[in-house]
Design a protein around this ligand. Structure first.
Ligand code: G
Ligand code: G
Ligand code: MN
Ligand code: NA
Length: 250
């Protein structure tokens, strides 16, 4: 495959991947309290590529490990001096079932000098389908070191509530399909209300993703959803752009 060869060259070249950051906002004040790192590939001929186009290929051909480790190291180093409670990094299912994951994360934390409590790793429920025991052991070991774990795309898996009952996480990220449903139909609102209620009762933080309207943001804040992400407040932006926000005191 041509893309696989290009990916190998990109990893060897070391300068074709970039991180964009999407701010995470306090639901009531809308202040920026965190950021999520989102990888991009600046292909020499094809231009800027979104993760959906190359992450699945990288997973298949065993290249997601080096890319994922670069993402971790880059994001933690960048965020160390940002005035944010947390920096979130997406983990592939392949990374989550790697027995070396805890050492890799620890190495990136040490190299950056960031406090482990400011590091949040986003995993998805579907990651647990394979090698569930290793995945659970990795999550437990990371949490024991103070690293936070977030369940991304919550509600789109086939047994979300079962997962919530059987293992501990620090945050749930409600998938944007539910947020889009808020002002469309009663059912969508009822599901988010249930997720937020359950999470609050269990001391789990909640982020709503894909917030695009003031009405959604206000309703989410009112039902007790603590943090928001979405185009209404801010889009993913290059590191330099978010860095200059902080320099300007935003
Ligand atoms: O930024 P964009 O909307 O294209 O991101 C789409 C999805 O790509 C994200 O929701 C996330 O699941 C995935 N993604 C983004 N960055 C990374 C990354 O660094 N590693 C992995 N494994 N997935 C990522
Ligand atoms: O899968 P994950 O949730 O990690 O991916 C986040 C992706 O969602 C980012 O790539 C980003 O571009 C996209 N995104 C973020 N905010 C919004 C939004 O308000 N609306 C839509 N449609 N997409 C969003
Ligand atoms: Mn995510
Ligand atoms: Na998500």
């Amino acid at each position: 495959q041509a893309i696989e060869k290009d990916l190998r060259e990109a990893i060897a070249a070391g300068n074709q991947f970039e991180l964009y950051y999407q701010p995470v906002h306090d639901a009531r004040t809308r202040a920026v309290i965190g950021a999520e790192a989102l990888v991009r590939w600046r292909h020499p001929l094809l231009g800027l590529m979104a993760p959906a186009t190359f992450v699945p290929i990288a997973e298949e051909c065993g290249l997601i490990e080096p890319i994922g480790e670069w993402v971790l190291r880059e994001a933690l180093a960048a965020a160390r001096d940002w005035p944010l409670e947390s920096i979130a990094i997406n983990l592939s299912a392949v990374q989550l079932r790697n027995p070396a994951l805890v050492d890799i994360v620890q190495g990136a934390i040490m190299a950056s000098g960031i406090e482990p409590r400011r590091v949040e790793l986003e995993i998805t429920e579907t990651s647990f389908v394979e090698d569930e025991d290793i995945c659970r052991a990795n999550v437990a070991a990371l949490r024991a070191q103070g690293v936070r774990i977030a369940l991304d795309d919550f509600g789109t898996g086939y047994s979300s509530f079962t997962h919530l009952r059987t293992f501990a996480v620090d945050r749930i990220k409600v998938d944007r399909s539910f947020v889009a449903g808020i002002n469309r139909r009663e059912g969508g609102s009822a599901i988010i209300r249930a997720i937020v209620g359950l999470a609050n009762a269990r001391g789990i933080a909640v982020t709503a993703e894909g917030v695009e309207t003031d009405g959604q943001a206000e309703w989410l804040a009112a039902i007790g959803c603590g943090t928001l992400q979405g185009y209404l407040m801010s889009k993913p932006m290059p590191a330099r752009a978010i860095g200059s926000w902080f320099d300007a005191g935003i």
